[in-house]
Design a protein around this ligand. Structure first.
Ligand code: 5AD
Ligand code: SF4
Length: 472
């Protein structure tokens, strides 16, 4: 069984996706190929990397054999993610033998975690570049061209790549991701991110709004504001001293155009404020959906995880969200089998899931990561088969909750943003409602296209999809 189980296919379906703009133009003398793993932040970073390389005269390709520069933008969140990348590096070995001069670069979180160790142990890697060092890629490439070791894993307290206009890769032209902050200061005991992505810093609010406006002008209909912990976004103008909180930023982005939907991810339950919830409620185009990872439903485990809230506090937050926005979708991340977790702790997790009535969840078995607080302080003592069984119970619970949530939507009418053809049939459109649920409906003979908003009445559902018909 996978260490990751999603009851909803989301970005995980894109792991290892080869990334290039849809139309590759220009007479480039060198081409790069990039594969991205991990979270949406990493996919968003790949768009910054592409922009830096294009400035240097590199063209993108989706065909690895065509590339002079092969890049893996990697993830360290669970051991499995690192194993996948190591396997992939092995596959590039004979490619490198066939094509002398081809460079292979390891970027992102795994580069940051393993540093120059990678150059020594894996003779396959020519470049190692951490998440805050992408501006130095051009000089690192020339070093590697000269046969030198090229490593830059310095973390920064300031870098936000605010001035770099990302090159949109694999885009549907409708939905885009905009990075608003980098790093994380939370120190959850299980998590490698504070070590791989460094201290938290917020991006210039004006550059964020400008990027979103530019997307809206290009016809995009949805932006997702990205950060490890968006609710602690806080930016101060260096000259005027003006302060911008996350709620203020949301408000500014929402005012760009009523046709531009606004989403955000990820929220830490301890930081999401009433001000944010009221801002969401005040704007029709801020989607009514919050990803609010609980991680565990046991107060004792939450304490060990350093999450800084109790199960009661979390449940009160869910209640508050529903008070202010009764129709708000809520999803979660859940870890099964964290250090010392007992059956009772596990039952508490299932109980919080029931009480929160999540629409969907991302569910994982605990995977110890070297260097984290948990790895240093606690023993990873829940046996693999127990972790697996608990994860299965968590997944079964979520599958039922997802189905129940979707069944409640039968008969309702939702405003849906069309994203493209349904995966199953070209006769159907696929889009999402405000709550982030996938809605599939027949095209009929209406002249519609991706990016259009339509009203769809739901007549039936599966666990992962709402099915309906156009109305009006
Ligand atoms: N083991 C298992 N899952 C983890 N996550 C983060 N670190 C670990 C780990 N060591 C999960 C958390 C987080 C999501 C992105 O990945 O649930 O919210
Ligand atoms: Fe993976 Fe976390 Fe790094 Fe994202 S920030 S790539 S999830 S380790």
């Amino acid at each position: 069984m996978n260490d990751l189980l999603l009851n909803k296919v989301h970005d995980e379906s894109r792991q290892g996706e080869a990334y290039a703009p849809d139309v590759v133009t220009g007479d480039y003398s060198r081409r790069f190929y990039i594969e991205s793993y991990g979270c949406q932040m990493n996919f968003s970073d790949s768009e910054i990397i592409a922009s830096i390389l294009q400035e240097e005269g590199y063209g993108a390709t989706r065909i690895v054999e065509e590339a002079d520069l092969v890049l893996l933008n990697t993830c360290s969140i669970r051991e499995k993610a690192e194993q996948t990348v190591r396997k992939r590096l092995g596959e590039f070995r004979h490619l490198k033998q066939k094509k002398p001069g081809m460079l292979v670069g390891m970027l992102g979180c795994m580069a940051e975690r393993l540093k120059s160790q990678l150059l020594e142990e894996e003779k396959l890697v020519d470049l190692v570049v951490g998440p805050d060092a992408y501006r130095t890629l051009p000089s690192l490439i020339s070093q590697a061209d000269d046969g030198q070791k090229a490593v830059n894993v310095l973390l920064s307290r300031e870098e936000t790549y605010a001035d770099i206009a990302p090159v949109r890769l694999n885009t549907n032209g409708i939905t885009a991701f905009v990075s608003i902050m980098r790093g994380c200061n939370n120190m959850c005991a299980f998590c490698v991110v504070p070590f791989t992505r460094g201290r938290e810093r917020s991006r210039d609010a004006y550059s964020i709004v400008a990027e979103c406006r530019d997307l809206a002008e290009k016809g995009y209909r949805e932006v997702t504001l990205l950060g490890q912990n968006v609710d602690s976004y806080y930016w101060q103008h260096p000259e005027t001293g003006e302060n911008v909180t996350f709620a203020m930023l949301l408000d500014r982005v929402a005012r760009i155009s009523p046709l531009l939907r606004v989403r955000f991810s990820t929220s830490h339950p301890k930081d999401i404020t009433d001000e944010v919830l009221f801002t969401m409620a005040a704007h029709e185009n801020i989607c009514k959906y919050i990803h609010l990872p609980v991680q565990s439903g046991s107060t004792r485990i939450l304490q060990l995880m350093n999450r800084t809230y109790t199960r009661e506090w979390y449940l009160a937050k869910v209640k508050r969200i529903r008070e202010i926005m009764p129709d708000c979708g809520i999803s979660s991340d859940i870890i099964a089998g964290f250090c010392t977790e007992t059956e009772e702790d596990h039952r508490d997790t299932v109980d919080v899931m029931e009480k929160s009535a999540y629409d969907f969840s991302y569910m994982f078995m605990y995977s110890e990561r070297p260097g984290t607080l948990a790895a240093r302080r606690y023993v990873d003592d829940v046996p693999a088969d127990v972790k697996k069984r608990r994860l299965e119970e968590i997944v079964a619970t979520q599958n039922r909750l997802s189905l129940e949530s979707n069944q409640k939507d039968i008969g309702k009418t939702f405003r849906v943003l069309i994203e493209g053809d349904s995966k199953r049939s070209k006769q159907d459109w696929m889009g999402r409602n405000s709550q982030y649920k996938v809605v599939v409906f027949p095209k009929m003979d209406r002249q519609l296209q991706p990016g259009d908003y339509v009203d769809v009445q739901i007549h039936s559902c599966t666990q992962g999809t709402l099915l309906g018909n156009l109305i009006g």
